[in-house]
Design a protein around this ligand. Structure first.
Ligand code: URA
Length: 221
């Protein structure tokens, strides 16, 4: 994982690991079937989660081993909240909770208008007070940034101050949009992504990308 530095007030980490590159390459391949695609998404998220949780808060504890006392640390309360953005973010949930089984899970349903490319919220199920909760937002594709920007505003309005976004692929345009929107923010915002792609096309798809993540996960409905 490289630390690509602070882009504006958003910290950006781009994975640089051969295992992640290998899995992302298979994910991109249009011949990869949904069943394998879903498995790979889970595996990549678990690998990204390792980096994304590097600064998770812990409290010191002492435990008794069979032979001695040991000083250690466990994750602090209140529990972190993982928020998949429906529909495609749902495909990332298992990979995240595998690593952090004690988290709370909230849901945010957002859809992108294909003509205006603007994101609209159509459903939400979240704790109504996110003060002191570390939030992990799951969305496979950071394209224009519209969906994530709306989601982050939503969480900040509920009191969140510590938000990590986990995306499989990101576009330079999406990263720039996040930077512009949250310049000077007092929130602690971090993006962890498996790859930073080349650009967006005129339809808002990431190039080279992997196509429509929701369709590849769940088929066209
Ligand atoms: N959403 C997707 O699923 N794919 C893209 O390339 C861009 C947005």
């Amino acid at each position: 994982m490289t630390y690509a530095g602070k882009v504006g007030d958003v910290k950006v980490h781009v994975a640089q690991h051969p295992l992640i590159t290998h899995k992302v390459t298979i994910l991109r391949d249009e011949k990869t079937p949904s069943s394998i695609f879903r498995e790979l998404i889970g595996e990549i998220v678990t690998l990204l989660a390792y980096e994304a949780t590097r600064e998770v808060k812990t409290v010191p504890v002492t435990v008794k081993t069979p032979v001695a006392m040991a000083e250690g640390a466990v994750m602090a309360k209140p529990d972190a909240v993982v928020i998949p953005i429906l529909r495609a973010g749902l495909g990332m949930l298992d990979g995240m909770v595998r690593l952090m089984p004690s988290v709370q899970v909230g849901f945010l349903g957002m859809v992108r208008d294909e003509h205006t490319l603007q994101a609209k919220t159509y459903a939400n199920r979240l704790p109504q007070d996110l003060h002191n909760h570390e939030c992990f937002v799951l969305d496979p594709m950071l394209a224009t940034g519209g969906t994530l920007i709306s989601a982050i505003h939503y969480l900040i309005d509920l009191g969140a101050t510590d938000i990590t976004m986990i995306c499989i692929l990101s576009s330079p345009e999406g990263v720039a949009a996040l930077e512009k929107e949250f310049e000077g923010t007092s929130a602690n915002l971090t993006l962890v992504t498996a790859a930073l792609d080349e650009k967006l096309n005129e339809k808002g798809y990431i190039i080279p990308g992997l196509g429509d993540a929701g369709d590849r996960l769940y088929g066209v409905v």
